[in-house]
Design a protein around this ligand. Structure first.
Ligand SMILES: Cc1cc2nc3c(=O)[nH]c(=O)nc-3n(C[C@H](O)[C@H](O)[C@H](O)COP(=O)(O)OP(=O)(O)OC[C@H]3O[C@@H](n4cnc5c(N)ncnc54)[C@H](O)[C@@H]3O)c2cc1C
Length: 409
């Protein structure tokens, strides 16, 4: 069946249909949205409409070109997406905003999540009053952007012990040397939050390194198979000098980073739930529209099976994450729960993406039909914020008391 050449138009038309005439239009079979207060439910609906109407259709071309749609940032700010960490929103509301963002576009949901969890969150939790005053107002409006620079070319999974970027105190300044890899938004951010090892006491500290500092450079990493809108970068730090006032006083050791990573791992769980709703939306619309053997393929048993499986995976992920939000709300979230949720939901998302991709047949391998975009994006969710294996090892260590990160042989 020939589908229209204008996929952006189709996306919008399908979106309108998704939320009006289909059974279970919101795909919230487990009534998670109903756990929100009415005011948050209304706000979430507005945000979803904006994300589906504006962000989803536009994101496809930007994803294909590996470019960032800067013009969407003011609109995202107008919907409060730059400041959900600061406006007193409940954990469940924040999580469901991350779901709706990932359902519309995974790359922009990564920007929103890293921004709120790791940039705004880090400056709010670990920054000085002066740093908070300088950066938080602009960040909350997306007129300022930051990048979270932890991973290095030679140290990914073993970054906690292996971090090799150095910071050496020189009077009232620090001299930073090293390299970072994969750093999201670093080519367009005003500053990077750089984690570096103090050469004097060997502890890990964090610094605000503004992008115009001499010795700082960020080079875009191209040709990614997923998250193509996000501008990930290789960073070089060659004798970069920053004042002592740019050191985050609360970032005293790697445990401080881990505390942030616990919540950002949970955020990836929400992304994984959201992308599966997107996969379901696209798969269901396609199954109803595509005709083979003289009938819509939605009427074939072997097409309904993957639809039911994707939906089941999505609902399992969403329900698990709403329990994570409940535990976050009481302040009791531990790394084991965040790691388990991240590993489980991204495993399910990868399975859902493969099933969704296959359901579209040949059209599943071209991003013109959207699904291939999500198929690639899911690979990033599976790997960043700790790979699937590393998060599983965190769970394994917690439930056995035995660390298996390093081979004992
Ligand atoms: C698109 C993208 C965006 C990212 N954004 C950021 C960012 O903004 N900021 C940032 O700081 N980082 C970022 N990262 C980095 C990300 O967190 C790392 O890629 C991830 O932690 C894995 O590190 P690595 O790529 O070096 O893989 P490696 O650590 O080299 O791992 C390679 C393989 O070995 C496995 N492995 C490693 N150790 C063990 C072990 N002990 N037991 C079993 N298996 C093991 C891993 O699971 C993996 O399969 C991003 C990465 C990507 C791809």
């Amino acid at each position: 069946m020939p589908l229209s050449e204008n996929q952006a138009t189709i996306a919008v038309a399908d979106t309108e249909r998704s939320f009006t005439s289909l059974p279970f239009p919101d795909v919230d079979l487990m009534h998670i949205w109903q756990l929100l207060e009415p005011s948050e439910r209304r706000r979430l609906r507005d945000i979803r409409t904006f994300l589906q109407d504006r962000v989803r259709p536009e994101s496809l071309e930007y994803w294909n070109r590996e470019e960032f749609p800067h013009h969407l940032l003011p609109e995202m700010a107008a919907h409060g997406l730059g400041g959900i960490q600061l406006d007193g929103s409940s954990e469940l509301f924040k999580g469901l905003v991350y779901v709706e963002a990932a359902r519309a576009d995974v790359s922009l949901s990564a920007l929103v999540g890293i921004h709120n969890e790791l940039i705004v969150g880090m400056i709010r939790e670990l920054g000085s009053a002066e740093q908070q005053k300088k950066w938080l107002p602009g960040l909350s409006q997306f007129t300022a952007l930051g990048a979270f620079a932890l991973t290095e070319p030679e140290h990914g999974s073993d970054i906690a012990g292996g971090l090799a970027t150095t910071a050496t105190r020189d009077g009232n300044e620090w001299v930073i040397n090293g390299a970072k890899r994969w750093i999201g938004a670093a080519t367009m951010a005003d500053f990077s939050l750089v984690w570096a090892r103090d050469t004097e006491d060997n502890t890990v500290k964090a610094f605000i390194v503004e992008s115009d500092c001499p010795g700082f450079s960020a080079t875009k990493i191209s040709n990614k198979v997923g998250l193509r809108i996000m501008q990930n970068a290789d960073i070089r730090l060659d004798a970069v000098r920053v004042p002592e006032t740019n050191r985050l006083p609360g970032a005293k050791n790697f445990a401080a980073a881990n505390e942030l990573l616990k919540h950002s791992r949970a955020w990836v769980g929400w992304q994984a739930a959201g992308v599966q709703l997107g996969i379901f939306d696209i798969a269901r619309d396609y199954a109803l529209a595509r005709t083979q053997f003289g009938a819509p393929i939605a009427g074939f048993q072997l097409v309904q099976l993957p639809l039911a499986e994707i939906l089941g995976n999505a609902m399992a992920s969403l329900s698990l994450m709403s329990d994570v939000a409940r535990i976050q709300g009481t302040g009791d979230l531990e790394m084991v729960q965040a790691a388990m949720a991240k590993a489980t939901t991204t495993r399910l998302a990868r399975e859902s993406a493969a099933k969704g991709r296959a359901l579209l047949g040949g059209n599943g391998v071209t991003s013109d039909y959207e699904m291939a975009k999500l198929f690639g994006d899911v690979e990033i969710l599976y790997t960043y914020e700790g790979t699937y294996e590393i998060n599983s090892l965190i769970v394994g260590r917690a439930v056995t008391g035995v660390s298996a990160f390093v081979s004992r042989h």
